[in-house]
Ligand binder design. Structure first.
Ligand SMILES: [Zn+2]
Ligand SMILES: [Zn+2]
Length: 184
């Protein structure tokens, strides 16, 4: 099921690793809700499932997973829309009541991570998802991107893979090659 595709990444200067994430800011479109990152993300991937296409009204969602305490919010309180994932797990979707920007998803437990919508960063120009999920639901025009980066036809069987791939990427300052689909 899993597709494997090698890729080449160009690395500019030494702005890799975790330091470039600290103090980065973001927020909703109208500015009522703001946030600041205190640590690097746990992982960062693109998801092409229908639900991410719907919520983003676009081709895919960019999921930047953060430890809850690693994000400091200010301004207005987000509104929460409750839904559930495929497995029936409750999902809390936070958005700005004023402008409607979806800002993050999380679970019900107090220590559940936040999946921040990556495009809400003030500067999202350097985001580089480690791979793509739900490639079988992708919009056809994104194929060159999927072929380049690789990923999973649906979801990885093990969530740890996403964390590990991201950590490997962060650990290497001068990576010339990365393999999204693991070592098999
Ligand atoms: Zn807003
Ligand atoms: Zn998705």
């Amino acid at each position: 099921m899993r597709e494997k595709a090698g890729r080449t990444m160009s690395v500019e200067g030494s702005k890799n690793g975790s330091s470039r994430w600290i103090d980065r800011q973001g927020g909703c479109q109208c500015g009522a809700i703001r946030y600041r990152l205190k640590r690097a993300p746990l992982t960062l991937y693109a998801c092409h499932c229908r639900s991410c296409q719907k919520q983003s009204s676009s081709a895919f969602g960019i999921s930047m997973r953060m430890e809850r305490l690693a994000v400091e919010f200010s301004g207005a309180m987000p509104r929460i829309w409750r839904t559930s994932g495929d497995s029936g797990t409750p999902k809390l979707c936070a958005f700005c009541a004023e402008c409607g920007t979806r800002l993050y998803h999380t679970g019900e437990k107090p220590d559940d991570p936040l999946t921040i919508k990556g495009g809400s960063l003030d500067d999202a120009s350097d985001l580089e998802p480690i791979c793509h999920l739900w490639m079988k639901r992708s919009q056809r025009w994104t194929k060159p991107l999927l072929d380049r980066d690789g990923g999973f036809e649906s979801e990885p069987e093990n969530d740890e893979i996403l964390l590990r791939l991201w950590q490997e990427k962060m650990d290497s300052d001068s990576v010339s090659h990365s393999d999204c689909a693991g070592e098999e």
